[in-house]
Design a protein around this ligand. Structure first.
Ligand code: 2NL
Length: 354
């Protein structure tokens, strides 16, 4: 009896998993299990023998049953323990950082400028970046010998020998967009033309690709007074309520008369602040559209007149957001944008010279 007991308890203690334990249960206490068969033998014993063997077998059966139950619980605990070790999760770890993209300052300023002119009733016109030299120069009253047309300043597309199509250029301003607009829709006109333009120039204040917004208003009696109001309204909205502007006589082939616009600024320690001080910074060219230009675009200058203006987006972005080197716009990256914290900075500044 003792061998029987020791044997089963030992095997139960050594069972590797629940399946092995179940096999042991069947082998010991199942219908044909060893202990069950022993209990069946009780019937063939004498009453005296049975009085000894009966309680002993019952006790053994109880003991084996509780050993099985205890081992089963232990195996279950061990399995849970094992799973918990594998599925361990450190909820105190910091989250995974996702870097957010930002709108490029030039794009943002384009949107700001567009929104301000939209409030004044201007529509947005768009056109090709590769233009014929007619739309880019001739229609704008820029003669063939003008220095701007020289290959030094303008990117010309390649022409194979014998290809006699008119020369094409990367547009040097967005004026051709407005010529096309006048040609397609006639007068009256109230549009702006924002977009990329190209000039063969590269230093701290010039990049070969930059951004411009031009504006054009044509109607029966549009005057310089309307031009002045629209531009003052624009600068007030863009830079803040108190920026002073100054109109200075100038010359462009496509406008007559012509004026350049300066905004009030101060220079201190090599940085410029817009809207204070006694200095002036040139930001825009403008004038009354030359009759030759209107005629080139199919608009009769005896019936219609108007104003046009052009300004550099990159320049006004630098002024508002304090970016010292124009090249940083185009050959830099997010680290640079973040450095300038691309939200409006308190102190707009550019490099020491303009
Ligand atoms: C500048 C000067 C200017 C214009 C652009 C223009 C367009 C048409 C007709 C007449 Cl369709 N003029 N545009 C006029 C005056 C000046 O730009 O310094 N821009 C940065």
């Amino acid at each position: 009896m003792n061998d029987l007991r020791g044997g089963w308890l030992e095997r139960i203690a050594e069972a590797a998993d629940e399946a092995a334990l179940e096999e042991l249960r069947v082998a010991a206490l199942g219908k044909k299990g060893e202990i069950s068969l022993k209990m069946r033998e009780l019937g063939r014993m004498t009453p005296e023998e049975r009085q000894v063997a009966g309680p002993a077998l019952n006790a053994l059966k109880d003991e084996v049953n509780s050993a099985l139950a205890a081992k089963k619980a232990a195996l279950g605990d061990a399995a849970l323990e094992e799973r918990l070790r594998g599925e361990w999760l450190d909820v105190t770890l910091p989250g995974r950082h996702r870097r957010a993209g930002t709108i490029h300052p030039v794009s943002q300023v384009m949107e700001e400028v567009t929104a301000i002119f939209a409030d004044m009733g201007f529509a947005v016109a768009e056109g090709p970046q590769i233009e014929t030299d007619w739309y880019n120069f001739d229609a704008l009253n820029i003669p063939g010998h003008h220095p701007a047309r020289a290959e030094m300043d303008t990117f010309y597309t390649h022409r194979a020998p014998g290809d006699n199509r008119p020369p094409h250029v990367l547009r040097t301003h967005t004026s051709p967009v407005q010529i096309r607009h006048m040609e397609a829709h006639g007068a009256p006109v109230r549009v702006i033309a924002p977009g990329r333009v190209y000039r063969a120039d590269y230093d701290q204040t010039h990049t070969p690709m930059f951004h411009q917004v031009e504006g054009l208003v044509i109607d029966r009696d549009i005057s310089m007074a309307n031009l002045k109001w629209v531009l003052e309204e624009f600068f007030t909205a863009y830079f803040g309520t108190s920026v002073k502007t100054r109109f200075r006589a100038s010359h462009f082939p496509f406008t007559e008369p012509s004026a350049e616009v300066d905004i009030q600024c101060s220079w201190e320690g090599g940085t410029v602040k817009v809207g204070e001080g006694d200095d002036w910074l040139e930001v825009l060219g403008s004038g009354m559209v030359h009759p030759h230009v209107l005629r080139s675009a199919g608009v009769d200058p005896d019936d219609w007149q108007g104003f046009a203006f052009g300004m550099g987006i990159d320049r006004i972005a630098m002024l508002k957001y304090g970016i010292p080197d124009l090249r940083a716009f185009f050959d830099s990256d997010l680290r640079w944008l973040r450095h300038y914290g691309f939200a409006a900075l308190e102190v707009p500044s550019v490099h020491g010279g303009v």
